[in-house]
Design a protein. Structure first.
Length: 538
């Protein structure tokens, strides 16, 4: 018979006692955080989310402490690594305390000086991202520490009976988890994507949220890809997104997991499955809706500093996505959400599926045209077989910058068919009075007809940072020296002719050589685009 490892009952008793003390402290901290989160004046959804996650972790610790008290210390020491469990609870206590301080700081009303708030926003978003990452590690490490060892010695009948009673409960919980994974397998199939999803949940890289914890409140929109609802997850407002094609669901989850820790990207809380077996994404709720919605109600209240700051934040988010070698393909103001603090959150990644517009086989191109026409790069309108790259998204970003500055939807009075031809032939939106000159010049570079002439994401961030610095130094009363003096009547890309709007008609001068075949090809490829517009931009 193998030799029995020695277990000191006195040491085990002290460890169990310490685990109980720590679990009680965690429960107390969780209660305090939850109370404060309900009264948060700023970043309330993040505070409430932290409170809910801390409460779940503290309840898990309390249940573990209660369970190990019911067994003999010697048996507990053989089943669990009490030293590791104690260490992880100590670490949890530290991160809980830091989050409690963060929530406590958000009890104060926001500064009246909006410039200060905007300057602090980047630091706070990075802090929130770090806390979420540390909480993920905390929950995962606690789960590992609370897992029972394989028994390494023979037990007496009485000891074995006690151990098996406890293990039975653990096995039942594991079986319930396996049933969830089994249902996910049935919903998603056996391909590599579905296997990734099951592994992500099993290894706790992706949180599975039981549907009975979700309360669906309002229908938000329905599109070619699926349905979006506003809902509640316990006390946290969230968005529930369900896709019609469940394999598309797995692809979007994979993309989301690669980027959701980035700044100014919508946070993915986890996934769920309704009673009919439909999978859904649980994401952070945007109190102000889309950027288009936000600008409709807030554009007139925003200073130029705030507008440029908003443009910079969106650039930071898109730059993070590009660093992961993901190109958005459908970047417009409907796919940028705005939270309760006016912070942007980019959403809907990699729409090379149900949201794309497929070109019929009898047309000149066999590749899809992505995105809304007003935001689509002219080279993609000319030839949709061209590979989609960073420069295509940068063109769309320039249109979003114009939209932030003007507060208007681009080309709102033109239909997509004629607009596509006009963009190919050089038309761009007009600028109003008072636009900072460097902001206007940056937009013009972003929507340049030649992709090689468009700036890099690094250049865009630098220009916006410099402009914000100068605005802050000069103050609003001296901002006129940064502004464009006169209103533009039109803007065209050099070398593609000129477009001039009048009250009675629109005239296109094609004295510079323009290829009519590109425009014709575009019109053919675009025929069904308006029927597939699933964006927030209405």
């Amino acid at each position: 018979m193998a030799s029995k490892p020695k277990v000191d009952p006195a040491v085990a008793t002290q460890q169990i006692k310490r685990i109980k003390e720590l679990s009680e402290q965690l429960v107390s901290q969780a209660f305090g955080v939850k109370m404060m989160a309900q009264n948060a004046k700023t970043h309330k959804p993040d505070c409430v989310s932290f409170a809910n996650r801390i409460q779940l972790a503290s309840e898990r610790a309390a249940n573990f402490a209660k369970k190990i008290e019911e067994d003999l210390p010697e048996v507990v020491a053989m089943k669990y690594d009490l030293e590791a469990a104690t260490e992880e609870l100590e670490k949890s206590k530290e991160i809980f305390l830091q989050i409690k301080m963060f929530v406590q700081q958000n009890q104060l009303a926001p500064f009246s000086n909006q410039v200060v708030n905007q300057a602090e926003d980047f630091r706070i978003q990075r802090l929130i991202t770090d806390y979420n990452r540390r909480l993920d590690n905390c929950v995962g490490n606690i789960s590992v520490a609370f897992a029972s060892h394989k028994l390494q010695r023979s037990l007496t009948i009485e000891e074995e009976e006690e151990v098996l009673k406890t293990l039975k409960s653990d096995v039942e919980k594991e079986l319930a988890k396996l049933e969830e994974l089994k249902s996910l397998k049935q919903a998603g199939g056996d391909d590599a994507k579905s296997q990734w999803l099951r592994l992500a949940i099993e290894q706790q890289h992706l949180r599975f949220i039981p549907f009975d914890q979700i309360k669906v409140n309002n229908f938000l929109r329905r599109g070619g890809f699926g349905i979006v609802y506003q809902a509640q997850w316990d006390d946290t407002p969230i968005v529930l997104k369900q896709l019609f094609d469940q394999k598309d669901f797995v692809q979007e989850i994979r993309l989301h997991k690669r980027v959701h820790d980035g700044d100014y990207i919508v946070k993915l809380h986890g996934i769920t499955k309704d009673d009919d077996g439909n999978l859904g994404m649980i994401m952070k709720y945007a109190a102000h809706g889309s950027l288009r919605d936000y600008l409709k109600s807030h554009a007139s209240q925003l200073t130029w500093y705030q507008k440029v700051q908003l443009a910079k934040q969106i650039t930071i988010g898109l730059s993070f996505i590009h660093r992961e070698r993901i190109f958005h393909r459908d970047f417009h103001s409907g796919n940028i959400l705005v939270d309760e603090n006016g912070g942007p959150m980019i959403t809907d990644f990699g729409l090379s599926r149900a949201d794309q517009v497929a070109v019929p086989s009898n047309r000149s191109s066999d590749s899809p045209v992505y995105g809304l026409v007003a935001y689509t790069a002219p080279e993609r309108l000319k030839d949709s077989s061209l590979p989609f790259d960073e420069k295509c998204d940068i063109y769309s970003l320039g249109v979003v910058f114009w939209e932030i500055g003007s507060g208007q939807k681009p080309f709102k009075e033109q239909n997509d068919m004629s607009l596509g031809v006009n963009i190919v032939m050089g038309q761009r939106e007009k600028f109003g009075k008072g636009v900072p000159l460097r902001y206007k010049e940056l937009i013009e570079r972003c929507w340049h007809d030649n992709p090689k002439e468009r700036p890099s994401m690094r250049e865009i961030q630098q220009v916006l940072s410099d402009l914000l610095h100068d605005m802050k130094e000069l103050g609003s009363e001296n901002l006129s020296c940064l502004e464009e003096d006169e209103e533009d009547e039109f803007y065209v890309t050099a070398g593609l002719g000129s477009y001039r709007s009048t009250e009675s008609k629109s005239e296109i001068d094609t004295s510079d050589e323009v290829s009519g075949s590109s425009a014709t090809k575009y019109v053919n490829a675009l025929e069904d685009l308006t029927e597939n517009d699933d964006s927030y931009c209405k």
